[in-house]
Design a protein around this ligand. Structure first.
Ligand SMILES: Cc1cc2nc3c(=O)[nH]c(=O)nc-3n(C[C@H](O)[C@H](O)[C@H](O)COP(=O)(O)O)c2cc1C
Length: 351
């Protein structure tokens, strides 16, 4: 007898794709064989330096964590092997669903409730001691990752400077501007969601600024506006102030940026996010300043001087630990528009 029915496997995969991903796009396909799942990824070069691979690994880790949590509700353990076959670099995961006696992971209730919130102002109070201990405990089982909190204004000041520089660059650099705006689905309008990409309504842009923000997707307009300092304003509005005012600002670091460690960080980050949701808080990831500091980021269009400044800045703060994710959390009303997902059939390999 199979450990899990095919209907339940579909439910588990449905939960897996509810995981967050960079730009709301999981480039994976699932191949099913009873209680065995193969996860194929469109990326095949995993050792490449740079930040795109880190984004892909973090997103894959989040997907894997959701899958494991969802499987636990059926009394099933997901035994995973990352990159099981060196001959098939596109085969990201091999997963065996095995009967398990441990209890269902209570975080499975939060999978459908978790969304990215980009409201300008998250309100307090910060996590209390018990809540903080719950979040910190997540990393204890994952020695490759460390969670840091930036609580005081003095702690935040140098970090905010690094974050602001990176976010400002997203509006100042034509390559990053294209990367940012091409992910936004202006075609669906401000009230609807989209199955992939970022629906504009989920971006937390205030109603009077909708028209202006849409126009800035055209690089000549953005370049012209930057002559008047638009990029500085946007860096302040989209990152510095929201993070400065947030009740909590967190950073997840890894000891090494090898594939296994970054994948693990993605799993840990997803547990942090689901636990944050369980504690009645919302979260926004803001990893740009960490990602643009990585070796090889300059090959993807990040100015060399910026990459070096960010890398040096992080070294002063965290020594040999490498940040891979930054995020703000707090209380806010649920967003009116959230990112959708394609139907699960679109992720299934035809047998
Ligand atoms: C690795 C990673 C990087 C992300 N980077 C950002 C970011 O820089 N800014 C942001 O607002 N959201 C970021 N997000 C959130 C995604 O945009 C979001 O998960 C996706 O659009 C799906 O929406 P949902 O989280 O509401 O399901 C990131 C998510 C992941 C997993």
């Amino acid at each position: 007898m199979e450990a899990i029915t095919q209907e339940q496997v579909r439910g588990v995969l449905q939960s897996a794709i509810q995981a967050p991903s960079a730009d709301n796009h999981h480039p994976v396909r699932f191949q099913l064989d009873g209680s065995h799942i193969l996860v194929h990824h469109t990326r095949t070069a995993w050792e490449q330096p740079g930040y795109q691979r880190v984004l892909d690994l973090l997103s894959l880790g989040a997907l894997a964590e959701n899958l494991a949590i969802a499987a636990s509700q059926y009394g099933v353990k997901a035994d995973m092997r990352l990159f099981p076959d060196p001959e098939q670099p596109g085969l990201a995961l091999s997963i065996d669903l095995q009967p398990d006696v441990t209890q269902a992971d209570p975080l499975w209730h939060e999978i459908p409730n978790r969304h990215t919130s980009r409201q300008f102002r998250f309100r307090g109070p910060p996590f209390n001691v018990t809540e903080r201990a719950q979040l910190d405990a997540i990393t204890y089982a994952h020695p490759s990752c460390t969670l840091h909190w930036l609580d005081t204004a003095a702690d935040r000041k140098p970090v905010l400077a690094l974050m602001r520089r990176a976010e400002t660059e997203r509006f100042h650099n034509p390559v990053l501007h294209e990367e940012l705006f091409s992910a936004i689905r202006f075609d669906v309008g401000w009230r609807d969601t989209s199955e992939t990409g970022l629906p504009p309504g989920a971006l937390g842009v205030e109603l009077p600024l909708h028209g202006l923000f849409s126009t800035l997707r055209h690089w000549p307009v953005m370049r012209m506006a930057n002559r008047f300092g638009a990029h500085h304003f946007l860096g302040l509005r989209s990152c510095d102030l929201p993070c400065r005012l947030a009740p909590n600002l967190g950073v997840l670091t890894v000891k090494k940026t090898d594939t296994a460690s970054v994948f693990e960080a993605g799993r840990v980050f997803q547990r942090i996010w689901l636990t944050t949701t369980r504690l009645g808080r919302v979260l926004q990831p803001m990893p740009a300043s960490a990602l643009y500091a990585l070796d090889g980021a300059d090959a993807a269009g990040i100015p060399k001087a910026l990459q070096q400044d960010l890398a040096e800045g992080w070294k002063i703060h965290f020594g040999s630990l490498v940040p891979v994710m930054l995020f703000r959390t707090g209380k806010a009303k649920p967003p009116l528009v959230t990112a959708g997902r394609p139907a699960i059939e679109q992720f299934l390999e035809k047998s």
